[in-house]
Write a protein that binds this ligand. Structure first.
Ligand code: SF4
Length: 290
């Protein structure tokens, strides 16, 4: 089978940076290295990190209490993951008394900065995203209680009166075309709304690479990455939007090789921004063996 791998497949710079920060603390002998929620949304990579002394505490959405001992305070470090957190959570984590390191992706930091700046000037903020995603939950903390999360047109139609000053941003991993479509609907009611396309470059690159794979003749696309990973799920959805069969797998073990062999001679492989290289490589090699 011919396998075409997307150039952008795998870690984005924000994820790589967060992992490097935590790994550096671990290699310097810090114990424990806690991360508030999963450092990245990839189970297999989290297991590898745990073997080096990096341990997840808290929960997926960074809402629960974190228990730390006097020993943790003396020798450990608490790392904020790439998705970022709300200012309230930051204050809470800092008050725990452990060494604190913020590994929020700078691209998420830019979104938070835009919201903060406009909220202070009295703007209401509309965030296009998943209200239950930790990045969005963190960003809502900067809206000074004037934030609203929307996922679709219906949500926009159901918004209360937002006042005269309105701005709109996006979760970093959404579809660009949907963002612009929804921003136009918002502007029907708020023609002066300020709209900021805050979908990150890494997301855009991974999404446009789906078109590259299709143009190169891929008959189906295997998307490697965690089931909790928003950007991986989006990639699989985009493949289907392009009318190609999508196979979202966490590992090569989930692939049905007989099924693929009987249907395709050329497949594409891509992966979410939180998928480690060893998982992508394994999928590519197994497919090439067919
Ligand atoms: S997907 Fe984008 S915003 Fe999220 S960590 Fe990666 S570079 Fe940063």
């Amino acid at each position: 089978m011919e396998v075409i791998r997307a150039k952008s497949a795998g870690f984005c710079w924000g994820v790589e940076r967060a992992i490097d920060i935590a790994a550096k603390f671990a290699s310097e002998g810090k114990r424990p290295v806690y991360t508030d929620g999963p450092l990245i949304h990839n189970k297999q990579m989290m297991e590898r990190l745990e073997a080096t002394g990096i341990k997840e505490v808290g929960d997926y959405q960074s809402t629960t209490e974190v228990q730390v001992t006097d020993e943790d305070r003396a020798n450990g470090v608490l790392v904020v993951r790439a998705h970022g957190i709300s200012p309230e959570r930051r204050g809470y984590l800092k008050d725990l008394g452990m060494e604190f390191k913020d590994a929020t992706c700078p691209d998420v930091g830019i979104i938070a900065g835009k919201i903060k700046m406009h909220s202070r000037k009295g703007f209401s903020t509309v965030i296009f995203g998943d209200p239950k995603h930790p990045e969005v939950m963190g960003l809502m903390g900067y809206t000074e209680n004037r934030g609203h999360v929307i996922k679709n047109e219906e949500d926009i139609r159901g918004l209360p009166d937002l006042g005269e000053k309105v701005c709109m941003v996006s979760q970093s991993t959404m579809f660009t075309d949907e963002f612009w479509r929804l921003s136009e609907i918002l502007m029907e009611s708020y023609p002066d709304a300020l709209v900021f396309d805050t979908i990150c470059g890494a997301t855009k690159e991974r999404q446009s690479d789906i078109h590259v794979l299709k143009d190169a003749g891929a008959e189906a696309i295997v998307v490697v990455g965690g089931r909790h990973s928003a950007n991986t799920r989006k990639l699989a959805a985009l493949v289907e939007k392009e009318h190609l069969p999508a196979y979202h797998v966490e590992t090569a073990a989930e692939l049905d090789f007989d099924h693929l062999k009987s249907r395709y001679v050329k497949v594409g492989v891509t992966a979410g921004a939180s998928t480690p290289e060893f998982l992508i490589q394994e999928v590519v090699e197994k497919l090439q063996e067919i």
